[in-house]
Design a binder for this molecule. Structure first.
Ligand code: ZN
Length: 181
């Protein structure tokens, strides 16, 4: 770690890191050495071959080291709790999204069913109309046929009556002829 009043390349020192470069003024920011100044490799984080460390501050008293370690432990616990809480939150958000999607899908399905129902109802109505039309047509055809049959029967009756009359007339004429003789 670098801080404002302690940082940059220490060009005045005779120390050189394993890269042969003048070291960087660094501040330890982890564990029991927290806050201790040191000179470190300027390539830190970019190269692993160099582990040059030259402490500037003396080692902290043991009690302070314990306190520093405890603080980092507490920090780690809070970090973990924060991460867990974030994971819970993300899980809840995902669940909510899934529920929302499910709801949308159900609404779409319901709308599709309603549309299907409208189509079925209109089909049913069309069938009913057609059936009514056919029934009316059949009824009309039937009564026409009945009328025709009735007329035929009447015609036949009239022909029969005429024949009977003619026969009667002929019989009368024959009787007349016989009586004259
Ligand atoms: Zn180095």
């Amino acid at each position: 770690m670098k801080v404002s009043d302690w940082g940059g390349i220490d060009s005045g020192t005779q120390y050189r890191c394993r890269h042969g470069k003048p070291p960087w003024r660094m501040l330890c920011w982890d564990g029991r050495h927290t806050g201790r100044r040191y000179l470190g490799c300027p390539m830190v984080g970019r190269s692993r071959i160099c582990v040059f460390v030259k402490w500037i501050d003396e080692e902290w008293p043991t009690k302070f080291q314990e306190v520093a370690c405890t603080l980092w432990d507490v920090n780690a616990k809070f970090k973990k709790r924060a991460n867990d809480a974030q994971a819970d939150l993300l899980g809840a958000i995902q669940l909510m999204n899934e529920m929302y999607e499910e709801k949308e899908a159900l609404i779409t399905e319901k709308e599709d069913l309603a549309k299907e129902r409208v189509v079925l109802v209109s089909q049913k109505e069309a069938f009913q109309k057609q059936a009514a039309l056919r029934s009316r047509f059949a009824h009309a055809s039937c009564s026409t046929l009945q009328d025709r049959i009735a007329r035929d029967v009447q015609d036949k009756k009239m022909v029969f009556a005429v024949i009977v009359c003619m026969i009667g007339l002929m019989v009368a004429i024959l009787f007349g002829i016989v009586l004259k003789k």
